[in-house]
Ligand binder design. Structure first.
Ligand SMILES: *Cc1c(COP(=O)(O)O)cnc(C)c1O
Length: 403
């Protein structure tokens, strides 16, 4: 039992974890309904039925889930961030503060519009953008800050909305991993200027691809809608393009999938929450491991990913890549997660080329934790049964105690 699987011992687990995506007859029925309606995109009513299409219905339901007033469907979560910045009035050349520990799209979505991402370091315990570091990074050119709600948690929206007010910045919540998450009882994506979500296949709400922008500001909604609808204005003339825009719309088939997937969300959230709490408790007992930090103000957690850390006091002995390889051999789908974006060559290259900047500031906390400490478990793990969670904890204990 104690001989590591990588050395020829018996692996802790050989069974699979939960399947993803979860679907059934409902998805088939709703997609079929969308196909048979003959209305696969656009707005207006479904001919012959008088029924409204599925996209506006989904927009309303999702906005309601996150406590926001307005929604605009968007092709994906990356474009949703670009549109949010643009709708908030950010201009090419303006600076946008972003965390370095996130999916690359948080930074490239700014660059796609010519805005300059400025990296501010993360908090060691939450792994999310540090509000103090973000404040220190503000310059006269700063126009927005993008807190990312990592792994289904929520960034400190008290601090970020306060920063926004104090310095006149737009606050764009990147909530791609946080469908269902709430900060102090109010859905994420509804605290800042705008919030953006992704429905890409790995996310908790999945339509293969897709995204949405939420806001409580009718002017932001109108601009975002226009940007996503080739510069049209709501209710305006078809060929009356009043603004610069693109076609960034989703389709009815995606809305059909999302409406079906939404009916499963509550139960999946409860499963993930139960399993995350169990795993937190089990890993708490394992020397050398730091379970994820839980902020009481995150009143609903989407538990999209499970990110735990190798205790910094142990990283001289425990090399992260070696630890992950050994965990994988035990049958656990662990992975290394993000690299620090402030060291990404493509991003640094673009910033240097566009601004003439000599160097990009270091983010020592992010670099250390991403290089040496943070280990990820994918979302199928938290959707599995209790035995699977106990196996994860057993394997982690077995591997770390071998060092
Ligand atoms: C997935 C993700 C995105 C991008 O969403 P896409 O729909 O894949 O474009 C942006 N930010 C974060 C934090 C993400 O996890």
């Amino acid at each position: 039992m104690n001989k590591l699987a990588i050395d020829g011992g018996t692996p802790v687990r050989t069974e699979a974890f939960a399947e993803w995506p979860v679907f059934g007859e409902l998805e088939e029925r709703m997609v079929t309904e969308a196909i048979r309606s003959g209305k696969w995109g656009g707005s207006g009513v479904v001919k012959g039925s008088g029924r409204e299409p599925m996209l506006p219905l989904f927009e309303r339901k999702f906005a309601e889930l996150q406590d926001a007033e307005y929604a605009v469907n968007v092709v994906n979560g990356t474009v949703a961030i670009t549109v949010a910045l643009q709708a908030a009035g950010v201009k090419p050349g303006d600076e946008v503060i972003v965390p370095p520990y996130t999916f690359i799209a948080t930074a490239t979505a700014a660059l796609a519009y010519g805005a300059i991402p400025v990296f501010a370091d993360i908090e060691e315990h939450t792994l999310m953008l540090d509000p103090d570091k973000a404040e220190q990074a503000i310059t006269p050119r700063t126009k927005a800050v993008i807190p990312v709600h990592l792994a289904g948690a929520s960034a400190d929206m008290d601090r970020f909305t306060e920063l926004g007010r104090k310095y006149g910045l737009s606050v764009i919540e990147d909530a791609a991993q946080a469908a269902g998450t709430a900060w102090k009882g109010k859905g994420v994506g509804s605290h800042g200027t705008a919030g953006t979500f992704s429905f890409q296949s790995s996310k908790n709400l999945n339509a293969g691809e897709g995204g949405i922008l939420l806001t409580n500001d009718s002017a932001v909604w109108e601009r975002a809608w226009s940007i996503c609808n080739v510069g049209r204005v709501p209710g305006g003339e078809w060929y009356g393009h009043k603004h610069l825009g693109q076609n960034y719309r989703m389709t009815e088939l995606q809305a059909a999938l999302l409406l079906a997937q939404m009916t499963r969300l509550e139960e999946q959230m409860q499963t993930r929450e139960r399993n995350a709490a169990l795993l937190d408790g089990l890993l708490e007992e394992v020397e050398g491991i730091v379970p994820p930090f839980r902020d009481e103000r995150v009143t609903r957690h989407a538990n999209h990913l499970y990110m735990f850390r190798i205790d910094p006091a142990w990283t001289d002995r425990v090399a992260k890549t070696d630890f992950i390889r050994k965990l994988q051999a035990e049958g656990i789908p662990a992975s290394a997660g993000y690299f620090a974006l402030n060291r990404n060559e493509a991003i640094i290259g673009a910033i240097r080329e566009w601004t003439g900047a000599e160097r990009i500031d270091a983010c020592p906390v992010c670099e250390r934790v991403s290089d040496k400490e943070v280990v990820w478990l994918g979302q199928q793990v938290l959707l599995s049964d209790e035995k699977a969670i106990r196996d994860v904890a057993l394997a982690v204990r077995k591997v770390i105690s071998s060092y």
